[in-house]
Ligand binder design. Structure first.
Ligand code: COA
Length: 162
């Protein structure tokens, strides 16, 4: 009989020593990636920053800010080779749970109108479009608008929580 080895997974707070791995994923994921300094600042101001590891390798991370009864999802990224397997949904659900524990009412985020995968995920979790921030994102030609999406946590369907 052969034993099937299950991958070891861990969802844990990000630490500064993770930033090398996080930046490698970030730079692979975006044309206009966050810098080391941005991530470090998020850690220093104690924003909730989480990583998800499989067999001791970081394969996803998410960062949000919380204040004044609102949470703002600042970034959510799954490493390319792990996309489409439910990791983004799991990590986003975790961030919403963390926000819920912090007594947040509303969760906000911005997303590029061209980012169909992210928009589908957010809609699926119950986010609605509430507006547009013109010229929000850098783009190869000029700038791109952001769609602003919001979720009232009271309406968040508990069945999405892991
Ligand atoms: C957006 C992102 C985080 C989604 O993570 P993921 O692990 O691939 O997503 P999941 O496998 O958990 O999928 C959850 C839902 O997202 C949507 N989705 C995911 N990939 C999709 C795709 N390629 N096209 C359309 N919808 C997609 C679907 O609604 C999916 O639900 P389903 O599996 O029931 O169909 C990931 O694609 C990513 O890291 N992209 C690059 C960084 C980024 O754009 N982050 C968001 C910034 S606002």
């Amino acid at each position: 009989m052969s034993a099937v080895l299950q991958p070891r997974t861990e969802l844990r707070p990000m630490i500064e020593a993770d930033l090398g791995e996080v930046l490698a994923i970030e730079e692979n994921s975006y044309d206009f990636p966050w810098t080391y300094g941005i991530f470090r600042d998020c850690l220093h101001v104690k924003y909730p920053c989480w990583v998800y590891e499989v067999d001791d390798e970081i394969i996803a991370y998410g960062v949000m800010s919380i204040g004044g009864g609102e949470a703002h999802i600042l970034t959510l990224v799954v490493r390319h080779d792990y996309r489409g397997q439910g990791v983004g949904r799991m990590l986003m659900s975790h961030l919403l749970t963390v926000a819920g524990h912090a007594k947040v009412d509303t969760v906000l985020l911005e997303v590029r109108p061209s980012n169909n995968a992210a928009i589908s995920l957010y809609q699926d979790l119950g986010f609605n479009e509430i507006g547009v921030r013109p010229n929000y994102y850098p783009a190869h030609r000029g700038r791109e608008n952001a769609i602003i999406m919001a979720l009232a946590l009271s309406q968040y369907d508990q069945r999405f929580q892991h």
